[in-house]
Design a binder for this molecule. Structure first.
Ligand code: SAM
Length: 241
């Protein structure tokens, strides 16, 4: 019998306003392992979308600072960071189903206690589910660059979105973005520059940050660097002004 409901589907009563999406749901087969992981472990590790703020005490076993990751892809960096920094909790957000399955497999195999997933549009999750001034950090690694000019409106890093991020960050919290598309890196810098409460961290040139040691260099990134392509990290701390 074909299944007509996935554990990742939003509850039927939730309605969403129409807006420009920062993603397209990519075609890409969910492997049997990933489907099984979704069926078996979603109830343990995947939060259901809800239009009200989360209670972090109810989400994680241990109460410690929370980092929200937007668009974790296949979850390789997410897994590595959650393992490296057990003193932090992580909530990863991704709409791509194979990625959710892949990350569930990692969480289960590595017995990661400090990582939860939400499979929904991060823009809506941020608005509705993340309590104000509650985040220690926000990770956005290699957001879709939307190369064509007519698609730039789909880019995640734009001033109104950063304003929403800032409302959710605690004072002293950070936003960490990385991209391998230089024009997008430049746009990011221009956007961030307009927020006086954001201070660039760990920079030698005053333009970009050094890659923090917790962010692993991915296979794709290493290959790019060998071919002479760049990667730009931007880490900003929210200061009180
Ligand atoms: C280019 S991939 C990078 C994935 C991963 N961060 C990495 O470094 O390999 C961007 C990812 O962001 C996800 N994404 C884009 N917009 C999103 C949104 N609004 N909510 C959740 N995920 C989103 C896409 O589905 C895609 O998997």
């Amino acid at each position: 019998m074909p299944q007509d409901h996935s554990p990742l589907d939003p509850p039927a009563h939730v309605a969403f306003p129409k807006r420009i999406k920062t993603f397209v749901k990519r075609a890409g087969r969910t492997t049997t392992g990933q489907s099984n992981a979704i069926a078996q472990w979603s109830s343990q590790y995947v939060l259901e979308y809800q239009a009200k703020p989360l209670d972090w005490n109810a989400v994680f076993d241990t109460q410690q600072p929370v980092v929200f990751e937007i668009g974790f892809g296949m979850g390789d960096a997410t897994t590595s960071i959650a393992k490296t920094l057990p003193e932090l909790n992580f909530l990863g957000c991704e709409v791509h189903e194979p990625g959710v399955g892949a990350l569930l497999m990692h969480i289960h195999d590595m017995e990661l206690k400090n990582l939860r997933i939400i499979s929904h549009d991060a823009v809506e999750v941020l608005e509705e589910m993340i309590p104000e001034q509650s985040l220690h950090g926000i990770h956005i690694f290699f957001p879709d660059p939307w190369h064509k000019l007519r698609h730039h409106k789909r880019r995640l890093i734009q001033a109104p979105f950063i304003e929403s991020l800032l409302k959710k960050l605690k004072a002293g919290g950070y936003i960490h973005c990385a991209t391998d598309w230089e024009p997008y890196a430049v746009q990011m810098r221009q956007v961030f520059k307009t927020f006086s409460e954001l201070k660039l961290q760990n920079s030698e040139d005053g333009l970009y940050s050094q890659r923090p040691s917790y962010r692993p260099s991915t296979k794709f990134e290493k290959r790019g660097l060998r071919l002479g392509h760049g990667v730009w990290d931007l880490v900003y701390q929210k200061t009180t002004i």
